[in-house]
Design a protein around this ligand. Structure first.
Ligand SMILES: CC(C)(COP(=O)(O)OP(=O)(O)OC[C@H]1O[C@@H](n2cnc3c(N)ncnc32)[C@H](O)[C@@H]1OP(=O)(O)O)[C@@H](O)C(=O)NCCC(=O)NCCS
Length: 201
């Protein structure tokens, strides 16, 4: 995809501070082209299990090409957010979340990961809710996410959203979908909605 220079402008106004339910104060900001080494360090420290849950493969090659997928973005068709701990001028990335907008449906495809030693502190909750907030502001119709059937943490996160979730299981992977427009949700609720609690393993 050709990324226009106009859309590549860093959206500094999206930078924000959040305090998680466990009282951890984090800085969330869009990724920039100069974050490649931050991303390499982040993925390098993720456990095999987390890599597998995120990418559905136990190992990823942290090549320049791979990392560019996270930093060479246009902030419009693709948004990548970093959760950052700041120590003076030094930044440490402890979470990465993204959505990619699918042209045909105007839905954002979500994916996120939090460094293992920072999981279960509320970071995923803040990251997901900020991604959804940005998608809503952008006018997305909703979101999709592919989640391994055994990934209880991600299924729990999604089940706590205030949106009715649709799901389909294909080869052990839940294809999850939710719409941001309550009317759309309501209409679909009558047909396809099943409570996430019913399928959390
Ligand atoms: C999924 C993930 C992003 C969640 O991030 P996180 O920062 O740990 O999330 P939070 O701390 O905000 O919340 C996690 C929730 O899952 C719950 N949870 C965690 N492990 C669980 C388990 N094994 N069974 C049931 N619930 C679990 C937590 O209790 C918490 O729910 P609560 O707020 O009701 O207590 C993180 O676990 C991760 O990076 N996993 C590896 C990558 C991945 O799976 N990505 C998703 C692919 S799209």
């Amino acid at each position: 995809m050709c990324v226009s220079e106009k859309n590549r402008e860093y959206p500094g106004d999206l930078e924000t501070y959040k305090t998680t339910k466990k009282g951890l104060k984090v800085f969330i900001r869009p990724a920039t082209i100069s974050d490649e080494s931050h991303l390499r360090d982040f993925f390098d420290l993720l456990s095999v299990k987390s890599i597998y849950q995120r990418f559905f493969t136990p190992r990823v090659n942290l090549s320049h090409r791979f990392l560019q997928n996270f930093v060479a973005i246009d902030y419009s068709t693709k948004m990548v957010l970093l959760v950052v701990l700041k120590q003076g001028k030094k930044e440490e990335v402890i979470g990465v979340g993204q959505y990619v907008v699918m042209d045909k449906t105007n839905m954002g495809d979500l994916a996120l990961a939090v460094r293992d030693d920072y999981q279960n502190q509320g970071i995923g909750t803040e990251l997901l809710s900020y991604l959804i907030h940005l998608g809503k502001k952008k006018g997305l119709s909703g979101f999709t996410a592919d989640v391994l059937g055994e990934n209880r943490a991600m299924l729990t996160l999604l089940s706590k959203l205030n949106y009715p979730l649709e799901k389909r299981i294909v080869g052990g992977v839940f294809e999850i979908k939710f719409f941001l427009d309550p009317d759309e949700n309501h209409a679909r609720e009558n047909h396809a909605h099943e409570k996430m609690n019913e399928f959390i393993p």
